[in-house]
Design a protein around this ligand. Sequence first.
Ligand code: MF3
Ligand code: CO
Length: 251
Amino acid sequence: MAITLKNEKQIEKMRLAGEITGRTLDLLGEKIIPGITTFELDKIAESYIMEYGALPSFKGYYGYPASICTSVNDEVVHGIPSKNRVLKEGDIISIDVGAYIASHHGDAARTFAVGSITPEKQRLIDVTEQSFFAGIKYAKAGNNLGDISAAVQTCVEDNGFAVIRDYVGHGIGKQMHEDPAVPNYRTGRRGPVLRAGMVLAIEPMTAMGTYKVRVLSDGWTAVTRDGMCAAHYENTVLITDGEPELLTLIV
Ligand code: MF3
Ligand code: CO
């Protein structure tokens, strides 16, 4: 599939999908306290998204059973919300949200602290966010996609953490996953040239120890092989001739 360029009408729809996605994450961030379950977070997100007349993008996607992904501690991505998963002080939780409205998707993720956490876990969260911003310095028409990937990897590794290889970012629009793949590491290729109107979900996934992951028997949850913590930060990003527009970051 070729990389789609969005016209102004489509971009307006993606701004709406992105805004709902970003607002949902902000709301969830306010709800995170020790004692809440990931199931409760899922229900909060689902009803909030639907209040806008939008749908949760993930629900039913390849049979995914929930509206958001909630990945705690060593869980990297695609953790399934559960009534049995009670957040406790000192945990970190990555929440991934997608909203679909007017035939377009938004996709974003944040990692949150549950109560007070160790300085090293906080550093992992902060570096992961910083690596996203290091990457999008290169998210400009005329650059290559690989410039973003390299900047993300350098930021993460210079801070002593690892970049997940088994999962990557992606183009997004009418489909949640479109071309191109957006790796957070150098691939040995420069990748496609960025053009105004491309929309990319740029999403560094990082870990304190090894970048190697395995998928649990639920068929979804990816965890680090060494059991160390992981973090995730993602926004849906519109490429322009100037500064990129972050469609899922509410300022
Ligand atoms: N943001 C995630 C991704 O890009 C959403 C997929 S979760 C799924 O992979 F359940 F929908 F698959
Ligand atoms: Co994504």
